[in-house]
Each structure stands twice: as C-alpha cells, then as structure tokens.
Design a protein around this ligand. Structure first.
Ligand SMILES: [Zn+2]
Length: 387
C-alpha cells in the first residue's frame, strides 16, 4: 500500500551519487515462461546492475542495496500472485517494499539520482480504494478495498429476536412481535449507516454496498448524505455466504466502471477546455506552462506519454526543449530522458491531483498529457480578453 504522502516523500529523495534503486517486479504468466527461467532473468538484471556498481567502485551502500535486492528476488520465486515495487537508497536510510497488482508492463530496474516513480504513480492514481459493506438485516461485514485486494476489517452484528414458537398465544401478539423485529432491524441499519459516516469523516472516499435486493430499500434511507455522495454503486449478494474474492471482483468492477466514466468526462472537459481557451491545457508545452503559472488543479497523464526535455538545476524550470541554458534564470540545465517523473514530482509537491488515463483515442490525439486548470493566468489579468 502507498499513500500520497509516501509517494511524495519518495519523489523528494535525491541521491547525489546516483544510487537510488528502483525495482518493479511484474510476474509473468506461466505460459510465457517457466518460473525458474523468469527468476534467472530477474536475477541477471540485478546482477548486471551490481557488476556495474562494482566496476564504478566506491558506492558500498548501492552495492549493499543491490545485494539485498538479489536476496529478495530469490524469495519471490513461488510467490507470483502479486507484483512488487522496491525503492532503496540505504545511503539515505530508505528501503521501501510495496506490493502491487499485476498491471505493470514488465520487470524493470533503474539506478539513478532519483527514484523512477511513474509506474507506481500510475498504479496509485488508478487503483481502486474504498470501503465495501455487505449488509443484511442483522449483520454487516466491512471490507477495505485497495488495488486488487480486499480485507475484511470489521463486523457489526445486531441479532434479531427469533420469532416462531415464542410468539404463540400467551406471548405478544403477532403484530407486536413483527414491529419489534422491524425496530431491531432498523436500529441495525442505523448503526451501520453511522459507522459508514464515521469512515467517511475519517477520509474514506468511496463506498460500495453489497446486499440482497430486498434489503437495499430498507437500508438506503438511513445513509448519510455525504456517504451517499461517495457511493460508487451496489451489487447483489448474500452477505452470509459471500467469499472475499467475490466481494473483490464485484467491487473492482463497480470501481472501474465509475473510474472509466469519470476519466472520460475529465478528458472531454480538458480537451474541450483547451480548444475554447477554457479550463484545459493539453500537450507538454501547455502543461509545463500551466504548472509554472500555478494554474493546474488536476494533472492527466496517459499511458503512452513519453518526452525528453530539460530541467534547470538551479530554479527547477522544466522545459520541453533540450536547452542548455535555463530561459528562466540563465543557469545550466540537465537533460532528462523523459520529463514525466519530474512533472509528477512537481504535481505531488504542489498537492495537485494526478489522474492516470488509460488507452483513450481522444486524449492520445491531444498529446497524451493534459491539465484541468483552476483558472487561466492570462484571463485573470484585468483588461485581457480570452482567445
Ligand atoms: Zn533556472
């Protein structure tokens, strides 16, 4: 698991001696390759990096990190269910392992002066995250959904009184018993709704409900407005017998549907906004300009976006051109093979939302990178007319 804050901290790390190690492990499907073969290949990747580090000499911390990584790779054998990210720079006391869903393109290893965060940022930006609640009339099961995992976190049980023999003559009349049961069930729904509201206040942004069809109209009226606003959807299930992987599959499906339609709407807003000089900018130049002007509310980056550029070592100015001298401050710049990591870092630092756009023809045509703007600096100046 990774929080935005952790991502930001990893993004900030800078290793002057170029010894920040980034490793992404993507398990292969067995039909492509045998596990043994795969492990040999991954080990070779790490060994090569280790040899290079040894040849270059005087980086004991880097060699130690790569040796530790080699050990770890040895243990990955036989545990191919999940991907993994490792971020290591022991010179600065960092060793971070993160389990990832199997969505990366391939296993990758980088040794550089910063971590390579783009794949991790893409996963984090599009990962399902939220709370799934399964509910019936006397019991609720709460699950955490994160990436491709669900974990059962809590259970709320408000047992209903058993009707039947005890409601015979001499006891309460049948109507009374029924009302009693209904009241109990209603209190249970209220309890659960209350718990969801607490989770919402604590920062949970997405809810998915699983229940039988007849239970939903009884439960829904008790949900707090804020929780309703964060409700992504609902699926039909019997909570008493639901298995965790059923819950995960259903919740992920709902999450992904919602995510896809939100992303589509965002792309339309940004591309349309860019065309009308409104709240959108597309293409690398436009996005870099918007970032420097502090206009960006949400950064959109696409799977296929890749562009070289340069960055000023002094003021941090990012340029889409390979310029040797910074146009902003006149100091010398550094060439970047791909500016994406630097852009992501800028966004994380400035608390800008980052949205990862999967395959999307409209977005790709527009340059595979874009930004939704809070405002346009050129229109904020008095007397200037848009367009
Ligand atoms: Zn500069």
């Amino acid at each position: 698991m990774i929080t935005r804050e952790e991502l930001r901290q990893l993004a900030q790390l800078e290793s002057p001696e170029n010894s920040a190690v980034t490793f992404y492990f993507q398990p292969q499907t067995p039909q492509n390759k045998s596990h043994r073969e795969e492990q040999i290949q991954v080990k070779d990747l790490v060994r090569e990096a280790l040899h290079r580090a040894e040849k270059n000499g005087n980086k004991p911390s880097l060699r130690a990190d790569l040796k530790r990584l080699l050990d770890l790779v040895g243990q990955l054998h036989g545990n191919h269910a999940r991907g993994k990210g490792v971020f290591a720079c022991s010179a600065q006391g960092v060793w971070r392992e993160i389990d990832l869903p199997k969505v990366l393109k391939k296993t990758q290893l980088y040794v550089a002066h910063r971590f390579h965060l783009r794949p991790l940022a893409a996963v984090a930006a599009s990962a399902p995250r939220g709370c799934v609640v399964l509910i019936d009339r006397e019991r609720a099961r709460l699950f955490d959904l994160w990436m491709d995992e669900v974990r059962e976190q809590a259970e709320i049980v408000d047992p209903l009184p058993r009707t039947g023999r005890s409601s015979g003559p001499g006891g309460y009349d049948a109507g009374h018993v029924e009302r009693h049961v209904e009241n109990k069930a209603m209190r249970h729904f209220k309890n659960v709704a209350q718990r969801l509201q607490e989770l919402q206040s604590a920062g949970c942004d997405n809810f998915v409900v699983g229940c039988r069809e007849d239970v939903w109209p009884q439960f829904e009226p008790h949900l707090h407005t804020y929780v309703k606003q964060k409700l992504l959807g609902r699926f039909s299930i019997d909570p008493a017998v639901a298995a965790a992987d059923q819950v995960r599959d259903q919740a992920q499906r709902i999450f992904e549907e919602r995510n896809a339609s939100e992303r589509q709407a965002l792309v339309r807003e940004v591309v349309g906004g860019a065309q009308r000089n409104g709240r959108g900018k597309v293409g690398l130049r436009g996005v870099l300009e918007a970032l420097e002007q502090g206009e960006v509310q949400t950064l959109l980056f696409g799977e296929a976006f890749y562009a070289p550029g340069s960055q000023c070592a002094n003021c941090g100015h990012l340029d889409a051109n390979l310029v040797e001298v910074c146009p902003a401050c006149g100091k010398s710049t550094r060439e970047l093979e791909d500016v994406t990591d630097a852009i992501l870092r800028r966004a994380l630092d400035a608390n800008i939302a980052v949205v990862y756009i999967g395959p999307d023809a409209e977005f790709e045509k527009a340059g595979k990178i874009g930004a939704l703007l809070r405002f346009r600096a050129d229109q904020a100046k008095p007397g200037k007319i848009a367009g």
